[in-house]
Design a protein around this ligand. Structure first.
Ligand SMILES: Cc1ncc(COP(=O)(O)O)c(C=O)c1O
Length: 397
């Protein structure tokens, strides 16, 4: 009888704990270090050939805390290997540099994370790489019109992290791969709810700064690949760029991932409860949350995702100016006003400053506020939002 694949929470409890990483402890102790001493020149020569392996060669090339975390990420995303880097943005930029060179063309969704757009429009441009932004909800036939002989990378991010457009990942990935184009995806929203490699993605990127960390006190990124060839490209870019993640942050992220399944289950439910409540308020024009029945992108979410994180957008009626939504956010004492997401605490952020568009997407006909729902009791969050709506209605005070 073949063994049934263990469930997500079982895998989150056990992944990355095999082998010698932990020296007998449940968790690998924090291993800080730069120089690694080799017992002999012969051993140094033997190890030098293992740059692609999880071998202790030099601190900057990774150590036990990195390796254990990499094993967890590869497991939960269904990839073959993972490389940990210093931040989510570093995961994006390193992966792009691994697959692009002078003269290449790269496609990004118009909804892409703002700093990724900035990297494309500055650093990639300076390197002679042309970036083009396509409407995120495009279908495969529409995408085909943007593909050129020089297109080397199709970048996906689904849903957008401020405007929550869902992409038809399998269809877009298949269209690109049929032309030999490498498919990269920022899967930070999808975490373990979306299995990128089962949907045609070849290189998956996550900001572990968010729910893996879970406490808003680390910065880390992960690049996970579907096969050895793609991993080698990524690893060579990491080594060439001197990409390095703090072992302290890896150690904290490893603690974080052990409870991530239960945190996310709770945050998903609370997020949906708050989103459903907001949807019923007359001041709200639309809630951008793909897991809500009838919401934009819901059909794709239901087809491809096993769950949802707790980050979503709220579009207010167009009669409210952005300043009114800012006054409302200022009044939400249980919600911090801050970038990033995925911690145990709720956040609210007017989105206007974070949205740049050049392909015609992203206008929802009213001011937009992004909410991240933490581990607080949802009833308390709703009570504060209710008072916030009074501030919105009575603006200017
Ligand atoms: C979708 C997405 N990708 C990448 C990042 C970058 O992560 P980091 O803040 O760790 O650089 C973020 C951060 O907000 C994000 O929202």
């Amino acid at each position: 009888m073949s063994a049934k694949r263990p469930g997500l929470n079982t895998r989150l409890s056990h992944a990355g704990r095999a082998g010698t990483h932990a020296h007998g402890f449940v968790n690998p102790p924090l291993a800080r270090g730069s120089t690694v001493l080799y017992p002999s020149s012969a051993e140094r020569r033997r190890l030098a050939a293992k740059r692609m392996e999880q071998e202790l060669l030099y601190g900057v090339m990774g150590g036990p805390n990195h390796f254990a975390l990499e094993d967890v990420l590869a497991e939960i995303e269904g990839g073959t290997r993972c490389q940990i880097v210093s931040s989510g943005l570093a995961a994006v930029t390193t992966a792009l540099l691994a697959f692009l060179g002078a003269g290449d063309h790269c496609l990004f969704p118009d909804s892409v994370y703002g700093p990724t757009r900035l990297f494309a429009n500055t650093m990639l441009k300076r390197l002679g790489i042309e970036s083009e932004f396509y409407p995120p909800e495009i279908d495969a036939a529409g995408l085909a019109a943007h593909l050129r002989p020089a297109t080397r990378v199709l970048f996906l991010e689904s849903p957008g992290s401020h405007t929550f457009e869902m992409q038809d990942v399998p269809a877009l990935a298949a269209a690109a791969r049929a032309r030999g184009i490498t498919v990269l995806m920022d899967n930070t929203w999808g975490i373990h709810f979306f299995q990128p490699f089962a949907h045609g993605v070849e290189v998956s990127i996550q900001a572990l700064t968010k729910y893996a960390g879970g406490h808003s006190d680390i910065a880390l990124g992960a690049i996970t690949t579907d096969d050895a060839g793609h991993f080698e490209r990524v690893r060579n870019a990491v080594l060439a760029l001197g990409q390095y993640a703090s072992p302290d942050d890896c150690w904290l992220a490893l603690r974080g991932v052990r409870t991530m399944g239960v945190r996310l289950a709770r945050q998903m439910d609370s997020g949906i409860a708050v989103a459903e409540w907001l949807r019923r308020q007359p001041e709200v024009k639309e809630v951008l949350h793909p897991a809500l029945a009838g919401a934009r992108g819901h059909a794709l979410w239901r087809r491809d995702y096993r769950g949802a994180c707790s980050l979503f957008g709220v579009v207010f009626q167009p009669r409210f100016p952005v300043a009114a939504t800012e006054a409302m956010v200022d009044a939400l004492a249980l919600f911090g006003i801050g970038a990033s997401w995925g911690g145990y605490e709720s956040l609210a952020l007017p989105s206007a400053l974070s949205i740049t568009r050049t392909a015609g997407s992203g206008d929802f006909g009213g001011p937009l506020v992004r909410l991240h729902i933490g581990l607080e009791d949802p009833g308390d969050l709703i009570a504060y939002l209710d008072r916030g709506l009074t501030v919105l209605r009575e603006f200017p005070p």
